[in-house]
Design a protein around this ligand. Sequence first.
Ligand SMILES: NC(=O)c1ccc[n+]([C@@H]2O[C@H](COP(=O)([O-])OP(=O)(O)OC[C@H]3O[C@@H](n4cnc5c(N)ncnc54)[C@H](O)[C@@H]3O)[C@@H](O)[C@H]2O)c1
Ligand SMILES: O=c1ccn([C@@H]2O[C@H](COP(=O)(O)OP(=O)(O)O[C@H]3O[C@H](CO)[C@@H](O)[C@H](O)[C@H]3O)[C@@H](O)[C@H]2O)c(=O)[nH]1
Length: 436
Amino acid sequence: MKIAVIGTGYVGLVTGTCLAETGNDVICVDIDAEKVEKMKQGVVPIYEPHLDVLFERNIKAGRLEFTTSLDEGLAHGDIIFLALPTPEDEDGSADLSYVLKVSEDIGKKIDNYKVIVDKSTVPVGTAEKVRAVIAQNATTDFDVVSNPEFLREGYAVDDFLKPERIVIGSSSERATRLMQKLYSPFVRSGNPIITMDEKSAELTKYAANSFLATKITFMNEIANYCEKVGADVDKVRVGMGTDSRIGKRFLFPGIGYGGSCFPKDVKALLHAGTLVDYDFKILDSVVEINQIQKQILIPKITAHFGTDLSGKKIAIWGLSFKPETDDIREAPAIDIMNSLLDLGAELTVFDPEAMPNIRKQFGDKLNYANGMYDTLEGADALVICTEWSIFRSPSFSRVKELMKSHVIFDGRNIYQVDEMANEGFKYVSIGRNQAN
Ligand SMILES: NC(=O)c1ccc[n+]([C@@H]2O[C@H](COP(=O)([O-])OP(=O)(O)OC[C@H]3O[C@@H](n4cnc5c(N)ncnc54)[C@H](O)[C@@H]3O)[C@@H](O)[C@H]2O)c1
Ligand SMILES: O=c1ccn([C@@H]2O[C@H](COP(=O)(O)OP(=O)(O)O[C@H]3O[C@H](CO)[C@@H](O)[C@H](O)[C@H]3O)[C@@H](O)[C@H]2O)c(=O)[nH]1
């Protein structure tokens, strides 16, 4: 099939590349000319495991092309995917201006039947708005489909190629059939394509993200309570998670959820509730608790060093909002580093992929190390913000040799408490230390 993907962020890039991988002819449109130029030369603009191989293969095969011209995209595609940003607006709502502006342009330009597929995360009622905006100018038939994307950064290619489910929201049988055909290669394992109306599809996305954010937040509260009473959250987590009604995943406590989705999507649903006089009390608490959780290591650090950290050298391992991505949007490391800098600490940081993005934001406020051990020279403490695999089994003798004092604050619980005691570290983690 002939596909156009408008917007080449995470979602657009992965959608375009994976649809090309199953034999479709794909053209990706982005207004960022520099990015488009790079992509034309075969450079993947983000770090995402396995994407580079598929990207190169499909460009070489002539199935994946890039342009800055919306006209070119619309002339090519029978199915037009919108993978545009829906960032958080000042009041917490989802900013729909990108989606609606492009929809308006689409209405002015299309001259034969097109299916417009919304892959961006958008509030209930957006498909209706998109349809109305296109219809203002369109001289031809078209359909609008809501097709929310559930991929996780770091696993995006696998999530797209082997999705647990695909949700298609549409009131048009013609468009639904076309979408089922397009996605049929991805569900050969038997995972379902779930069809529904547009509004339910739009809400499914917010409900899924808000539920997962709530699950993590609940566990963070249990972890904080564990510390008060001397219980071990790792044991509680396993004890709970083996109940199949609860499930083992997304029960890992830490320094709060971050990323480009959970924070903004929870707030957008909360805001959408207010528009229909519904108060999502649970989501209000989730937002508040997560903000506190992002700073949860700071009182632990000041309890050890005092509130004046001037002259203290602190090493930071992990800057991205989670492993296997260079994305630093809403990363807890940012909140932690800002607080430590405010308290006067000198920070030396390392992340396997996110250093360039952090450097753009922090400039010369930080020291940038070449490797994880380089952060530790003369350090008074190590703070772990992201659980990259390379941090999981370091040479502790080397760590001790380099550090001035042997103190680790672990925001992701990547080491065992008793092992760290045996290695001779003061080790502070989340929800696993004894009550005083
Ligand atoms: N990042 C994820 O993991 C993820 C997963 C599922 C859903 N989503 C949702 O998908 C949407 C896109 O997210 P993202 O992270 O891919 O976005 P992003 O912010 O990383 O990228 C958006 C891209 O759109 C381009 N763009 C902006 N205006 C444009 C225009 N008028 N024409 C063409 N291109 C334009 C930008 O230059 C940028 O390259 C959001 O609604 C997001 O909530 C994201
Ligand atoms: O047990 C857990 C699991 C995750 N997290 C944190 O939660 C955040 C989000 O993690 P994850 O969901 O793995 O990353 P995303 O790539 O943001 O993916 C989420 O957001 C996407 C965008 O909407 C959706 O498509 C995905 O289904 C949804 O998982 C990160 O900060 C993680 O550190 C925890 O603290 N504990």
